[in-house]
Design a protein around this ligand. Structure first.
Ligand SMILES: [Zn+2]
Length: 401
C-alpha cells in the first residue's frame, strides 16, 4: 500500500519513491509507488498532476486501497523515481478547499447551516448549504471568513485512532460512514471536522475569500466562491467590466450604475413614444389602404406590401381596414424575410385556406383559421410579381367562391 505523503505534509512538492506496479491501460500506464505526494480525485476536488521519473502524470485515482498514477509511459517495477507535483495547481486547490472549511464554519456558526456538498473545479468552487441564506447572510459569512483568514490561524490535521479518542472534540461535521482511524482537520480557534485532503498551513494563505454567487438549491443555498488568486482575478475582471461600462457612459465608475439606470429609463420612455407614434402612423396607413381597396364582388380587397412592420402592427393595421365585407392581405418586407397576415370579415372562404396559397407561393410556413391567418418565409426573388399573382388568385376566389 502506498504511503500517502500528503496526509502529513501538504507542502511537499517533490519526493523520492520506488515503482511497485506498472500496468498498461487504455490511456497510458497506471503506476503505483511505495510512497506518493499525489492527491487523487477525491472529496469533490481534482487530483494533483505532475511527473514521476520524467513520465507525465495526468490523472490520479484510488482503486480500493491502491493509489494509481496515470502516466504517459511505462516505468519498470523497482525503479527509483523522483515524483514532482504541479504545486501551483495543488496550492490553488488547497486555498479553495481550506476556504471551504472556513466558509462552512462561518455558515454553521452564524446560521446553523450545514455544508452538504462541495465541488472544486479548476476555475471555481461550489459549497452547498442545507438552509436558505439571503444576500445579507452571505455577506456576513463572507466577512467573518475573511476576518478569520486574516487572523492567520494554524490549520492542523490529527489522526485519531479510535472513536473513543474523538469524544469531547466539538466537530462541525463528522463525515458519514467514516471509521477509525479518523483524521480531524482543525482551524485554531474555530473549525474542526473530518477531512482527508491537503490544506494550507495557516488561514492567511487562503488569501481573500469571495462568494460570487448564492442561489437557491434543493431547499438550501449553493454558493459559488473563489479564494486567493481566483478572487483577485475575479476582482480585476469585475473592475475592467465596470470601467468599460463607465467609459461607454462617459462617467466615473461609481456613477456607472446610475448612468445605466438613466439610460434604461430613457429607453423605456422612447419605446413608449415610439409605440404611440406607430399607433398614429398605422391609423394613417390603414386609412390610406382602405381608400385604395378594390371592390371585388362586394368585398373590399387590399393586397399590399409594407416595409419592416412587425406582426403585432400588421395585425393592428389589418384590423383597422376591416369593413362589413373585407379581405386584407398584408406583407411585411424586412429585407431577407417576409411575413404575411390575412384578415377577413363577412366572406365565405376561410383565411386558413387562403394562406395555403401564400405558403405555396413563398415556400413559407403559416396557418390560421376563420378570419385571421399569418405566416412568414424567406424573401423570394421577384416578390412583387409573386404578390401580384396572389392578388389575382384572391380576386378569383372572391368572384367565384
Ligand atoms: Zn479539508
Amino acid at each position: 500500500m502506498t504511503e500517502r505523503l500528503y496526509l502529513s505534509d501538504s507542502m511537499l512538492a517533490a519526493f523520492d519513491a520506488i515503482v511497485t506496479a506498472c500496468e498498461p491501460d487504455e490511456d497510458g500506464y497506471l503506476i503505483e509507488l511505495d510512497r506518493s505526494a499525489f492527491f487523487p480525485n477525491k472529496g469533490g476536488q481534482p487530483c494533483d498532476v505532475g511527473t514521476i521519473g520524467g513520465a507525465v502524470v495526468s490523472d490520479v485515482n484510488e482503486k480500493g486501497e491502491r493509489l494509481l498514477h496515470r502516466a504517459d509511459r511505462a516505468i519498470p517495477v523497482g525503479t527509483a523515481v523522483r515524483g514532482e507535483i504541479d504545486f501551483a495547481r495543488r496550492f490553488d486547490i488547497m486555498q479553495q478547499h481550506t476556504g471551504e472549511h472556513l466558509l462552512s464554519y462561518c455558515a454553521w456558526h452564524l446560521f446553523g447551516a450545514q455544508n452538504v456538498g462541495f465541488h472544486c473545479a479548476l476555475t471555481y468552487a461550489t459549497l452547498d448549504l442545507d438552509k436558505p441564506v439571503g444576500h445579507d447572510g452571505i455577506t456576513e459569512i463572507e466577512t467573518l471568513a475573511n476576518r478569520l483568514a486574516a487572523e492567520n490561524a494554524a490549520v492542523t490535521a490529527t489522526i485519531y485512532e479510535t472513536e473513543e479518542d474523538l469524544k469531547g472534540i466539538p466537530l462541525r461535521k463528522h463525515a458519514e460512514g467514516l471509521t477509525a482511524p479518523i483524521r480531524i482537520v482543525t482551524i485554531e480557534g474555530s473549525d474542526a471536522c473530518t477531512c482527508c485532503a491537503p490544506h494550507v498551513k495557516r488561514t492567511g494563505e487562503i488569501g481573500q475569500l469571495k462568494i460570487v454567487e448564492a442561489i437557491p438549491y434543493k431547499g438550501g443555498t449553493r454558493c459559488t466562491f473563489l479564494c486567493g488568486m481566483r478572487a483577485l482575478s475575479h476582482a480585476q475582471a469585475m473592475q475592467d467590466t465596470v470601467a468599460a461600462i463607465a467609459l461607454r457612459f462617459s462617467t466615473s465608475r461609481d456613477q456607472a450604475e446610475a448612468a445605466v439606470q438613466k439610460q434604461a429609463d430613457e429607453l423605456s420612455e422612447t419605446k413608449k413614444a415610439l409605440r404611440q407614434a406607430y399607433a398614429a402612423l398605422d391609423e394613417y396607413l390603414a386609412k390610406a389602404l382602405k381608400a385604395e381597396a378594390e371592390d371585388v364582388n362586394g368585398v373590399k380587397l387590399i393586397v399590399k406590401t409594407l416595409e419592416s412592420v412587425d406582426a403585432k402592427r400588421l395585425r393592428a393595421i389589418a384590423g383597422a381596414t376591416m369593413t362589413d365585407r373585407a379581405l386584407s392581405v398584408l406583407f411585411s418586407d424586412t429585407g431577407d424575410r417576409v411575413s404575411y397576415l390575412l384578415a377577413s370579415n363577412g366572406i365565405k372562404t376561410d383565411t386558413g385556406l387562403l394562406i395555403a396559397a401564400v405558403n405555396t407561393a413563398f415556400s413559407g410556413n403559416g396557418g390560421g383559421r376563420g378570419t385571421l391567418a399569418q405566416g412568414s418565409a424567406k424573401k423570394p426573388a421577384g416578390m412583387t410579381e409573386t404578390v401580384e399573382s396572389l392578388k389575382t388568385y384572391f380576386k378569383n376566389v372572391l368572384l367565384h367562391g
